[in-house]
Design a protein around this ligand. Structure first.
Ligand code: URA
Length: 237
């Protein structure tokens, strides 16, 4: 796989008004992809609303995840296959979905998985259990299960919120030890601090997000954000 080396953490510029950063012309590293498709932005805005119900939030997250998967898998390798239509033989193109692993960071990553699996049903799924120590905000691992033979697989790490970046860095660090062919990171919302942390530690890992928000709060919440993604997906608050 490509080297997934650590590097110095670059500082990203901050803005002073409260619009998401994606609304500004902010320079981002080349491999940070903000998915600006109108359908993605529309659904994200509905999800951000505090009066969105649990079922609405969950449904929108699934739809958004499917749309984002379309972008994230754009460069997937394809193979030629000979097929027969009802009229004649022809050559088509297929992907090898089994090579793809969606690595979900528990628990909120689960909310994205279903939508991604709707689009790539043959993908394999791994889980990484990380919780945020409330004092230090550092990621602590409690569970890790991936498919066998990770070499040669393409991994897409999923977590709705790239906040401090601690969980994302811990997950990528753990996965990189298994030497997959590639690692990408997908989230709904990213804070500049999270991008700086993940891109700073793993500059070769592309980040896909629907928006880059303004900043983190003192408690590590993304602002303006959408609140606690896990609570909103599972209705636990
Ligand atoms: N995790 C969340 O669920 N929300 C945030 O804003 C930050 C981290």
């Amino acid at each position: 796989m490509r080297s997934i080396g650590r590097a110095a953490i670059p500082l990203l510029p901050r803005v002073v008004d409260n619009r998401p950063m994606s609304d500004h012309t902010m320079p981002l590293p080349d491999n940070v992809h903000v998915i600006t498709h109108p359908l993605v932005q529309h659904k994200l805005t509905l999800m951000r609303r505090k009066d969105a119900s649990t079922s609405t939030f969950r449904r929108l997250l699934g739809e958004l995840a499917a749309l984002m998967t379309y972008e994230v898998t754009r460069d997937m390798p394809m193979q030629e296959v000979e097929i027969e239509t009802p009229l004649e033989r022809t050559t088509g193109h297929v992907i090898d979905g089994k090579k793809l692993v969606f690595a979900s960071i528990l628990r909120a990553g689960t909310g994205i998985l279903d939508g991604m699996l709707d689009v790539v049903p043959s993908a394999r799924v791994g889980h990484i259990g990380l919780y945020r120590d409330p004092q230090t905000l550092q990621a602590v691992e409690y569970y890790f299960k991936m498919p066998q033979d990770m070499e040669g697989r393409d991994v897409i790490v999923v977590d709705p919120m790239l906040a401090t970046g601690h969980s994302a860095v811990a997950a990528v660090e753990r996965l990189a030890r298994l030497s997959p062919r590639s690692i990408k990171f997908v989230c709904l919302l990213a804070a500049p601090e999270g991008i700086a942390a993940l891109h700073g530690a793993y500059p070769d890992v592309p980040i896909y997000t629907a928006a880059v928000d303004r900043q983190l709060s003192d408690h590590g919440y993304i602002l303006p954000g959408l609140g606690d993604a896990g609570d909103r997906i599972f209705g636990t608050k």
